[in-house]
Write a protein that binds this ligand. Structure first.
Ligand SMILES: [Zn+2]
Length: 314
């Protein structure tokens, strides 16, 4: 199995997973074009099988803007308008020369996660799996907590993780080759979490608690490259956290080379992500320093204060 983050828009990653036989799935394709390009470029030659030598080059990970530009960390809705109006055309005669797209996994309804779903499904016949309680282009298999789906021979457990949106789901494959695999959309980012557009702090805390309880080695495939801006905030919350300091250095080195900081792991996020550390004394105290009304013994209040602080953090 190969796991590849395809850059899209200013800071999205569309995660592509494919096996040796050339069968592929993609997660949250907000734009069809980069997926279609990868399906063709990484695909199997009919006589030679999958060409693994065509693995993505470093340049592929370079975003449109420099790593330290102001585009990172923007979780607002401004870019969604552009995503919604993006209607790539995929020549049907060119399709399926490479990887065969078997499935599209959708975590939530935002346009930068679903904008390419219809075009990819029409071009490839891929089955779409998405949240039971959100509006996603039909037809799709609607999923919620407790459901499992099998794709590419991999079993995914579906987790309800409301907060960023009301019906947000995540896909967890405990037995994936190379270690457990989590596709968490905009719920958990490396060093941060999604904005609370439709849910409450209590819902987001429960969602993050559920993700934090996954195995240490779980690879966390977030939908945005927000890591450096998140870590800047995390350092403001926990300036004495050495693991956080070390991780920030590693991520700065990766971004300087144009490489993704993702996937992260659950063990790492538990050590450095303030939104998974609301019960840590240092994090709770920082939240209370920022907002004296916060009860540091209440992790919901701490998370709410951190999220409000981060929203205005430069
Ligand atoms: Zn979103």
């Amino acid at each position: 199995m190969k796991l590849i983050p395809l850059p899209a828009f200013s800071d999205n990653y569309l995660w592509l997973l494919h096996d040796e036989a050339g069968q592929a799935l993609v997660v949250d394709p907000g734009d069809a074009a980069p997926v279609q390009d990868a399906l063709q470029r990484l695909g199997a030659c009919p006589t030679l099988g999958v060409d693994s030598e065509k693995a993505p080059q470093r340049d592929q990970f370079l975003p449109d803007s420099p790593p330290h530009s102001g585009t990172m960390g923007q979780e607002d809705g401004k870019k969604w308008a552009a995503a919604a109006h993006s209607q790539p055309t995929i020549p049907k005669s060119d399709r399926l020369l490479g990887l065969q797209l078997r499935a599209i996994l959708v975590t939530h309804h935002h346009p930068d996660h679903v904008g390419g779903v219809a075009a990819l499904r029409d071009a490839t016949g891929a089955q779409v799996y998405g949240p039971a309680r959100e509006t996603v282009p039909e037809p799709l298999v609607r999923l919620q907590q407790g459901d499992t789906v099998e794709v590419l021979g991999l079993r995914f457990a579906v987790l309800d993780v409301p907060g960023h949106t009301a019906g947000h789901i995540a896909f967890f494959a405990p037995e994936a080759e190379g270690g457990p695999l989590l596709f968490c959309g905009d719920t958990l980012f490396s060093g941060g979490c999604g904005r609370l557009f439709e849910g409450t702090p209590a819902q987001m805390l429960a969602s993050l608690d559920q993700l934090a309880a996954l195995p240490d080695a779980t690879r966390v495939c977030c939908a945005h490259e927000y890591t450096l801006s998140n870590l800047k905030f995390a350092r403001a919350v926990e300036p004495d956290n050495q693991a956080l300091r070390d991780y920030q250095q590693r991520c700065e080195d990766l971004r300087a080379q144009g490489l993704p900081t993702l996937p992260s792991t659950i063990a790492l996020e538990r050590a450095i992500n303030p939104f998974l550390r609301t019960r840590e004394a240092a994090v709770a105290a920082a939240a209370q320093r920022h907002d004296p009304a916060v009860n540091p013994a209440d992790p919901v209040a701490v998370l709410a204060a951190l999220r409000a602080w981060k929203n205005g953090f430069q």
